[in-house]
Design a binder for this molecule. Sequence first.
Ligand SMILES: C[S@@+](CC[C@H](N)C(=O)[O-])C[C@H]1O[C@@H](n2cnc3c(N)ncnc32)[C@H](O)[C@@H]1O
Length: 279
Amino acid sequence: MYHTSHLDKTTVGNGEIIIGDALEVLPKLGDRKFQLIIADPPYFQVLLEESWDNTWKSPDDYLEWTLKWVRECKRVLRPDGLLYVFGQLGKREHVWLHTCAMLAKEMQFHDMIVWDRAVGYNERYDSFTPQYEMVLALRHSANSTPYFDKDAVRLPYEEEKIQSYLKDKRYKDKDARELHLRKGKYATNILRIPSLKGSSKEKIGHPSQKPIALIQQLILSSSRKGDAVLDPFLGSGTTAAAAEELGRQWTGIELNPDYCEITKKRMARILASPEFSLG
Ligand SMILES: C[S@@+](CC[C@H](N)C(=O)[O-])C[C@H]1O[C@@H](n2cnc3c(N)ncnc32)[C@H](O)[C@@H]1O
């Protein structure tokens, strides 16, 4: 599939888990292979107890590192692809703002998606309680037209709303109107998806595991079935799980072998589940 035979990798379902440093692995991946890249990198000194989030001496050091992997991501991204980069405010607000400004010069700013976590976190007493994270969407250049399927991520109207809209006398063809309403409405760029609580069944043992429903929205809207999706900071394999379930090829890079084991177990569960084989 890609030129990765010399890497420490395990093939699972439609994808591969590569154990290693993204900065060393990315240069070994072929040009323009991936339709979609979902990058949820270390945040820089947010998770103080995690060594992987504390390896940079200064914000500038972190920014320099970021630029290196983003340049590689740009190289492996298809011309009509999108690169999503997760970022968090809270304690490292200035670093994230500089990251966005820097990356908007390196690639073309496409959108800023707000992940509304539905509940607050990192309580602070000098301002409102933070409740959202951000996902910076980048495309190759001002002239590139990324693939994006808004219909794939429509949100259903509540039944009550449908019934009240159907009473609108301006629409003469009720059947056509109902068909239209039942397709649901377009999603906005504020994705309200509850973050995972400690007690959540989905929680699998990673401190910054993202909800699979969030990653599914990115994959469904920004890739087609069979497309290749890359996650350079795979963590507990949320991108792998979502991509596999949605019929995409995927490649995940992760530095920590323990997290790779978590992903392998997670994938084994998915591949063995009766719902998956029916789908
Ligand atoms: C924010 S977490 C990703 C969480 C993931 N989205 C999930 O849902 O589980 C970032 C991950 O990047 C990994 N990491 C840190 N530095 C890395 C590097 N240089 N190359 C590859 N992975 C790295 C960390 O071990 C961590 O698992």
